[in-house]
Design a protein around this ligand. Structure first.
Ligand code: ASP
Length: 439
């Protein structure tokens, strides 16, 4: 979805909300009145389920090219040794460290609040068996994978096979290696490869826009299927999920980031939030880190006093690669749906999810709903029905607005901290049209 498509006719998020309400009400009515009617089963099996499936398949279709291209470009941007090697390393450390904190907060919150617990185990089992076949099909056989094997599996024996099996972490590893090599070897050939990868990334963004435009219909269909089967219980759980995400985002944004700013950036939270406000508001209203980037850059330089070369690098890269809010949201969503469908995830698997979410924050596109393909893929990897995404889609716009604010806040805070470590104002402003390309 691009900002322009938002402005044509009724905004997409309004349509999604309408889809959510219509699907939910119709599903609840069916559940109350005709729960046992054979035609309802037919309607779900032959109409609403396939419509939801179509949407999910379109999302899945984009995962591999999107994650591959975003990661290769991310590494190429970070690793440009000639100009930004040192800042690149600092940015990388910031991204990994702060995203790890964010995902940890999310995982702790979801374990403490247990928003997905409480559904009738029998119902959960039925739901699970209905879709687990497809989920395992996508995920390949991952059961019993533990310890050293998990680490070994990060390195794919065959990247194409990893991609076809939906082994996201192995694909990410391959993309990282490709990016590193493309950075180390600067030949005309590797440069045109990187240009082609940029083309793949741009095309993926366009396609995501088209797929997300179908979301209102998918939301209606998926919500109808779920509420017609489960009744009103599911809504209570959804409210608990929204609460958990908002609390966790709040802790990261209002406690962790200010502390980091205070200690490493020597900037008071008041100065930061006052200066950052225009970009935070833009992020809130567009739900897109990429669409917010011009405002982020301007505000970071002019209001927060970060040297231009630092701001443009950290913020531009951050718009696609540093997504604290998104990574936190991915972690909560995956665990919430695991609880919801009664899929047990041990400590080892949760650590693996943490790593995947860190990479998922890097691999997600900075557009509204950009994290959905990544979440669908992680769900499938752990045998959690990806259909569960339908549950959260209806409330996703609100959460997307909030997590994009956290994403952008993290980029700006990172710029302040790294700018400070580079010696603050340096008066070395370069023209903005020299910005890196990962937008
Ligand atoms: N909307 C987010 C962003 O642009 C990505 C996501 O979490 O879906 O930062």
């Amino acid at each position: 979805m691009t900002p322009t498509s938002e402005t044509r006719g009724m905004p997409l998020h309004t349509k999604m909300l309408i889809g959510f309400v219509v699907g939910t009400l119709a599903g609840l009515a069916a559940n109350f009145m005709v729960a046992d009617a054979p035609w309802l089963d037919g309607l779900i099996t032959y109409v609403t389920d396939p419509v939801g499936q179509l949407f999910l398949r379109l999302l899945f279709m984009l995962v591999i090219p999107l994650v591959f291209s975003a990661l290769v470009l991310g590494v190429v941007e970070i690793g440009d040794p000639a100009s930004l090697g040192r800042i690149g390393v600092k940015t990388l450390v910031w991204i990994v460290a702060v995203t790890t904190m964010a995902v940890t907060i999310g995982l702790v919150a979801v374990n403490v609040f247990q928003p997905g617990q409480g559904i009738d185990p029998l119902v959960a089992e039925t739901l699970l068996s209905q879709s687990s076949e497809r989920a395992t099909e996508i995920a390949g056989a991952r059961e019993g994978v533990s310890g050293i094997q998990i680490l070994l599996n990060i390195v794919p024996r065959n990247p194409i096979q990893a991609a076809t099996e939906g082994d996201l972490i192995a694909v990410m590893f391959f993309a990282l290696m490709f990016g590193i090599a493309a950075t180390a070897l600067r030949t005309p050939g590797t440069r045109s490869f990187v240009d082609a990868v940029q083309g793949v990334y741009d095309i993926c963004l366009k396609l995501i826009g088209w797929v997300i435009a179908l979301a209102p219909y998918a939301v209606t269909a998926l919500l109808f299927s779920i509420t017609a089967r489960l009744g009103v219980d599911v809504l209570v759980q959804l409210a608990r999920f929204v609460g958990t995400v908002i609390v966790a985002l709040g802790v990261h944004f209002f406690i962790v980031i200010p502390i980091l700013l205070w200690i490493f950036g020597r900037m008071s939270p008041k100065t930061f939030f006052r200066g950052a406000q225009p970009a935070l508001l833009t992020a809130f209203s567009t739900s897109s880190s990429s669409a917010t980037l011009p405002t982020t850059l301007k505000v970071t330089e002019e209001n927060l006093g970060v040297p231009r070369r630092v701001a443009r690098f950290v913020c531009t890269l951050g718009a696609t690669a540093n997504m604290n809010g998104t990574a936190l949201f991915e972690g909560i969503t995956v665990l919430f749906l695991a609880q919801f469908f009664g899929v047990e995830l041990g400590m080892g698997q949760q650590v693996l999810i943490l790593m995947l979410c860190i990479l998922g924050g890097i691999g997600a596109a900075g557009v509204p709903g950009g994290s959905l393909p990544v979440i669908a893929m992680i769900l499938a990897m752990f045998g959690i029905p990806p259909e569960g995404i339908g549950l959260i889609l209806g409330v996703d716009r609100l959460l997307d607005m909030c997590r994009t604010v956290v994403n952008i806040g993290g980029d700006m805070a990172g710029s302040v901290v790294i700018g400070r470590s580079e010696g603050g104002h340096e008066g070395d402003a370069a023209p903005v049209d020299e910005m890196p390309r990962t937008v």
